[in-house]
Design a protein around this ligand. Structure first.
Ligand SMILES: [Cu+2]
Length: 316
């Protein structure tokens, strides 16, 4: 049972201190034996070298010494068992469910993370948590194998299509932390990054309130619905909205522009062009890009597509 009261440590999360301790334990043992064996190697090489003019000496024939053999078999064996046991204890601790954890659904897809809270709010590449509040990530993938990795938390878990995997987090320090994908999942793998923002408990409640209000007031307009769908469908994983380079073409200013396709043809980006790019993305591929976008024909309804187009129109 983790101690939820002692939260003023410097470590980022419940697991980070423990994992570092195992690492340093192994490092110290390895360093000791490295210095011992290399030191003896150098010492013997100098001490027993053949001096100038000396005839080659006959190497002495040494027979067994039982107690010495027992020592160098038993001692390293005990050390290895110790390393194993220490590792297992920490591993089990990291895998033990933290009571009272809030569920957050995580969906990985090429190439973005989507985080869904119990009230339905969904964020693309952004995870907000309150310090000291345990969270259970329930993770799955829409396509290939990904891996959720938070280096500061020393926690990592593969995310697989067709099954759930879990990760229990207990943030201990306020701040922003990187989330990476740890499995090579395609062209945009290195761009598959998200931000973990850990806030004080009051700040978190205030943030949650304002987000809920935003969601309620935005409900009606197609633009807002389009923006929400854009985020939850993961469009932003491959398409920037600020003109910057990603795996797919930027959507800034795309509406009304003239697009050059891979076969050299030029087309005007109107509503129909955008609709076809969402439902049959590999029919008209933009010059300089790969035909790798999945279709959203079955996941987005006509209404949804219209809303996303309404949103794309606003990206000037
Ligand atoms: Cu990935």
């Amino acid at each position: 049972m983790p101690d939820l009261t002692a939260l003023q440590g410097t470590e980022a999360s419940l697991a980070s201190h423990d994992v570092d301790a195992v690492f340093i334990f192994i490092l110290v043992i390895a360093a000791f034996f490295f210095v011992l064996t290399q030191g003896l190697l150098i010492y013997f090489a100098v001490r027993y070298r053949r001096k100038k003019g000396e005839p080659p000496a006959k190497t002495p024939y040494i027979t067994g010494k039982q107690w010495l053999e027992v020592v160098w078999i038993v001692l390293p064996s005990l050390l290895l068992v110790g390393i194993f046991a220490y590792g297992v204890i920490i591993f089990v601790k990291m895998r033990t469910p933290i009571p009272g954890a809030t569920d957050v659904q995580v969906t990985a897809s090429q190439f973005q993370w989507s985080f869904k809270y119990p009230d339905g709010r969904t964020y693309s590449n952004e995870l907000h948590l309150a310090v000291g509040k345990p969270v259970k990530l329930i993770m799955t993938s829409r396509d290939v194998i990904h891996g959720l990795f938070i280096p500061d938390y020393r926690q990592k878990q593969d995310v697989l299509p067709g099954r759930y995997t879990y990760l229990w987090l207990l943030p201990k320090r306020i701040g922003t932390f990187d989330i990476y994908c740890s499995q090579y999942c395609g062209t945009g793998h290195s761009l598959m990054r998200a931000t973990l923002t850990v806030m004080g408990q009051n700040d978190y409640l205030a943030w949650e309130q304002s987000e809920k209000q935003k969601q309620q007031s935005a409900g009606a307009s197609p633009k807002a619905k389009g923006k929400a769908l854009f985020d939850s469908s993961g469009c932003g994983g491959c398409h920037s909205i600020d003109g910057s380079a990603k795996v797919g073409p930027t959507l800034k200013g795309v509406f009304g522009s003239t697009v050059t396709l891979a076969d050299g043809k030029q087309v005007k980006a109107d509503e129909e062009y955008l609709r076809e790019s969402i439902t049959e993305p590999n029919e008209q591929v933009v010059k300089g890009f790969q035909p790798i976008m999945p279709t959203f024909k079955s996941t987005l309804k006509d209404d949804d597509i219209a809303a996303i187009i309404a949103y794309i129109k606003t990206l000037k």
